[in-house]
Design a binder for this molecule. Sequence first.
Ligand SMILES: C[S@@+](CC[C@H](N)C(=O)[O-])C[C@H]1O[C@@H](n2cnc3c(N)ncnc32)[C@H](O)[C@@H]1O
Length: 257
Amino acid sequence: MTHKQQPSPYDAPEIYDLLFESFDFDLPFWLKVASEADGPVLEAGCGTGRVLLRLLEAGADADGFDLSGPMIERFWAKARGRGWRKRAIVADMREFSLPRRYARMICAFNGFAHCETTEDQIRALRCFREHLAPGGALVLHMSYPGPKYWTEPDGVPTLEIEARNPLTGRMIQMWDTRTKDPVAQLQRSEVEIREVDESGRTAASHRSATSQRWVYRFELELLFRVAAFSRWTIWGGFEGKPLADSQDQMIAWAWRD
Ligand SMILES: C[S@@+](CC[C@H](N)C(=O)[O-])C[C@H]1O[C@@H](n2cnc3c(N)ncnc32)[C@H](O)[C@@H]1O
């Protein structure tokens, strides 16, 4: 889970939004999942609402929660004046209890990878199942940790993404120094956000750390079994194709019958 000693990247939601708010590669998929759901939708790890706000704008009956207070506060600021403030709360996917039961529980953009131990994964999946109405389904998006991913060089600061800060006109860069442990299926990231002036000089820097635990297909199926889901299907990519390529995105559906 997020490091206690070091700041988390999710402590700086305005930077998260500058870098990631415009990501829309998965939005048509989540909008389809919500529009076809026969009841309300709950997003675990909704962050600042990149997905949740789009679902609400489309008229979905959707709620969300996130472990990070700052991320949820930013969601509230964006939802202000639209009647959606109460749609998202601070909660932990490993231990939460909400009064509603949902037709779909969703967990987008590798949010489930923040469960770093098998115990955490099982706790989260049990909570997800508990919050599904009978006949409801959990839909998870996780990248597949194929061989190419594990053999990328370790410990090298890499510019992952950059965007212009509209307030200062400077570039915001996310440098990620990853260390991977293929046995523990863990990636540790030392993240540096640099604000760079016209001459390329770093004018400001914000450091944080996070970890992600990857799962393989049959491991995920076993986790669903342990968490008492009734049945499951794992697709490769958002188009509903069979999982066949080790660079595919895993889209897992698990039902509570
Ligand atoms: C990669 S971000 C995804 C945010 C959003 N769903 C999106 O697609 O932009 C992962 C999110 O999971 C949240 N998170 C991490 N651990 C969590 C936990 N135990 N319970 C709930 N949320 C958690 C983080 O705070 C972060 O907002």
